[in-house]
Design a protein around this ligand. Sequence first.
Ligand SMILES: [Cu+2]
Length: 261
Amino acid sequence: MLKSSILNYRVYALMGIVGLTGAWQSAHAHTRLKTPVIQENAANHGSNYNDVVIAHGCQNTTDGASTISTLGTVVVFPDGKDSIITTGTVDGTAHTGTLSDFVTNWGSPVTIVQDKSVFSNQEYITDSLGNKLGFWSGGGNVLKAGYRALVPFATAGVVIEPTSCAKSVTFVVSIADICEITDASGFSNATVQMWTPAVGSIYDGEGLHGYNSPATLKVTRSIAPLPSSCGDGVDVFVKPSAAQLNRDLRIKLDGTQIWPK
Ligand SMILES: [Cu+2]
């Protein structure tokens, strides 16, 4: 009797450990770019093909498992105009100049790859000049909880300023995977997964899954050699401003904003 209850206890303890390990793994499979590191690309019409990998749906409030299906995704790159630029690390030394100190051709970084295999609608997110800063894809089928999705897109060739000391430039990408259409006050682990930098926008999601854990695209220097005066060179990081995210990270369908409500 005693032995069997000890055995039972051990089985339960083991199940607990296995269960925790499973939860830990799924909690750490966040939405990311399939290819997070690319080289400079100076070719005319140069582009790099990539995918947003939606790794899991939203979490139910009963046991916190990711059992809620995803309706769509929104992806926005920093516009490079009022962006937050740092060197060293993503929270490193603030750069007081502009992005053009490090990148010669940032303007319209994203091209949609037409594909309706996951969601039926795709639309660009543009600035007032028509620059394509991101896109959303949603509607039609849902992405079933427990499945993953690859949402394809291309990035324009990025050329690092040859005279700069940048050895890499990392663009912090902001992504929202939407499970239920709400207003910003309705954001929760059950309604949305936000992979955004915490820059003070309505999409910070403090305390929510994925808080301050955005996807990134790192472009490594590969064309012009570092000037010898640069030593080892610097890593550069580019985050969107809160103002940009509040303006651009949304879904508009035929001119009408449908998310957030
Ligand atoms: Cu996750």
